[in-house]
Design a binder for this molecule. Structure first.
Ligand SMILES: Cc1cc2nc3c(=O)[nH]c(=O)nc-3n(C[C@H](O)[C@H](O)[C@H](O)COP(=O)(O)OP(=O)(O)OC[C@H]3O[C@@H](n4cnc5c(N)ncnc54)[C@H](O)[C@@H]3O)c2cc1C
Length: 498
């Protein structure tokens, strides 16, 4: 063997030993970090929607440093798009004695309550009982305007809060929380960084693996709050797996993969993955009617007095739950197969328009709604609107048993009466299923035990809404369970459990 070959083999051997040494050193280091330094490193929050920001705010209030990793280039997730508002009762803006929120939520959850009954009742009780405190935290502690209250579908009383000005509730809540977090030296946000794995050692979550724009895998160590949202935008992945029948439906959610598999890899229990909310009203944009991504026609438009027509006829109490309104629409023939769409007219009079002015003006600006007359709606509409107006005026009972007409004011509809209208269709909107959590926001395993060092909040979790989420209850769940996750994680770190 030549001297050159011997030298080459020797160098390769040394290089191999060096690699093995570095690998062992890294493993040893990560275990040292896990046991000794986590408290100094603080907590990791995955996802910058309302659940993640609520958790981060709470951690910071306990003086715990937060590293927040966000997949998208801009923070805010689906939360920033929320347009109807957040539920709470009782609150200073909701004067009605409202003891029905819990019962409304149970009723809306429907048949799903038959499984894990006591556990779900506990989560719902926590959600509804904490709603008053959640609104007061946002209003009194964070200074967010939520002074307007509307009644959405499935709610016995008005309890969905939004601001009185032009800014939609999702945007004002997210931008305010982010601004206040960014003022803290303890808060560190990294956008365009996707968490690819949750790390675990000795049955305890110790951090995450993630990759940013350069694609290089990195690790971050600390206990983890997982708030990565739902899988409504994962059309080819989890949605296709659990609800193949929804193939072709448009969605209000930007395309992105679901993240529950990162948690089932640790043994997390999944619930209700097949329970997907199809919202009855996504706008069909006349300029791009085949787009699979739709703008939501906020439920508050119906809540403030709007009605729905198919072929000029009303077909349901518009304040029924989203599930029931959607079922009534999809029981009729679709007007397009790809995307799967129906043609439903949403109609507001001047009174309802006045109450939802900021929404409608925005939709008119986007070309999704227009000011028109009843005659423009086509055959049958006048008669249907006359009946609706009589029910709103109290001169006859409503055919569909609607009892709240909010700000509808038109008493004598005529062909030239002014209305505001747009075409809507059912859209994949929200995923009720996800990882099961406890009332302490701990992510639970199949055997019901918690996964040490891991909490979950927001749409990535399941079990809180059962078969149908009430409008306004998702933002609420983000605040309630996000804040709980923050408190619990802070306690875990301070207690030295890390
Ligand atoms: C158009 C629209 C209107 C709505 N209106 C209302 C309303 O009025 N009231 C209401 O209660 N609910 C409403 N909802 C539902 C509600 O907004 C959402 O369900 C809720 O905000 C979810 O919050 P979240 O924090 O769990 O998730 P999101 O707000 O979706 O945030 C999750 C974040 O995690 C990030 N992420 C995902 N995967 C990873 C990863 N692997 N690594 C790092 N980051 C990741 C995402 O990019 C995202 O930013 C609406 C939803 C939509 C789409």
């Amino acid at each position: 063997m030549s001297r050159f070959r011997i030298l080459t083999l020797f160098s390769l051997g040394v290089f191999g030993l060096l690699i093995a040494y570095l690998y062992n050193l890294r493993t040893a280091m990560s275990s040292i970090v896990r046991t000794d330094d986590v408290a100094k490193l603080g907590a990791i929050v995955v996802g910058s929607g309302l659940a993640g920001l609520s958790a981060a705010s709470q951690l910071i209030s306990h003086n715990i440093p937060v590293r927040l990793l966000e997949r998208a280039a801009k923070p805010g997730g689906n939360s920033i798009k929320a347009s109807s508002g957040i539920n709470g009762a009782p609150t200073k803006y909701q004067p009605v004695v409202d003891d029905a929120f819990y019962a409304d939520t149970i009723k809306s959850a429907g048949k799903a309550m038959a499984a894990l009954t006591a556990h779900r009742e506990g989560l719902i009780s926590n959600l509804t009982n904490s709603s008053s405190g959640a609104i007061s935290w946002l209003v009194d502690n964070k200074g967010i305007d939520l002074s307007k209250v509307a009644q959405l579908g499935g709610h016995t009383f008005p309890r969905t809060h939004r601001g009185a000005g032009q800014t939609p509730p999702g945007f004002s809540i997210i931008s305010t929380l982010l601004k206040s977090l960014k003022e803290s030296p303890l808060f560190h946000l990294q956008t365009s960084c996707t968490v690819t794995k949750v790390l675990q050692t000795d049955q305890r979550v110790t951090g995450v693996e993630y990759a940013c724009e350069d694609g290089e895998k990195q690790e971050l160590h600390g206990p983890v709050i997982f708030a990565a949202g739902g899988f409504g935008g994962d059309a080819e992945g989890l949605l296709a797996q659990y609800r193949p029948d929804l193939a072709g439906y448009p969605s209000t959610n930007d395309p992105r993969p679901g993240t529950q598999p990162l948690l089932t890899a640790l043994g997390a229990q999944l619930v209700d993955m097949d329970l997907v909310q199809v919202h009855p009203s996504g706008f069909v944009d006349p300029a791009n009617s085949a787009s699979p991504l739709k703008f939501l026609a906020a439920e508050v438009l119906r809540g403030e007095g709007g009605l729905l027509l198919i072929n000029g006829k009303r077909f349901i109490n518009e304040l029924e739950t989203r599930e029931n309104v959607t079922n009534a629409i999809v029981a009729t023939a679709p007007t397009s197969e790809l995307p799967k769409q129906w043609t439903v007219q949403l109609v507001l009079d001047e009174g309802a328009y006045g109450a939802a002015k900021s929404h409608v003006d925005f939709y008119i600006f986007k070309g999704l709604m227009k000011k028109a007359t009843i005659a423009d709606l086509g055959e049958g509409a006048l008669e249907s609107i006359q009946q609706y107006a009589s029910a709103a005026a109290g001169t006859q009972a409503d055919t569909f048993h609607r009892t709240s007409f909010a700000h509808w004011a038109l008493k004598d509809p005529a062909p030239d009466s002014v209305i505001y209208t747009g075409i809507v269709t059912p859209v994949v909107h929200f995923t009720m299923g996800g990882v099961l959590i406890s009332n302490k926001a701990e992510v639970l395993k199949e055997d019901g035990e918690k996964i040490e060092g891991l909490w979950g909040a927001g749409e990535v979790t399941g079990g809180v809404h059962g078969g149908n989420r009430l409008g306004g209850s998702s933002l609420l769940e983000c605040v309630v369970f996000g804040r709980t996750a923050g408190d619990q994680c802070a306690e875990y770190i301070k207690g030295g459990s890390t």
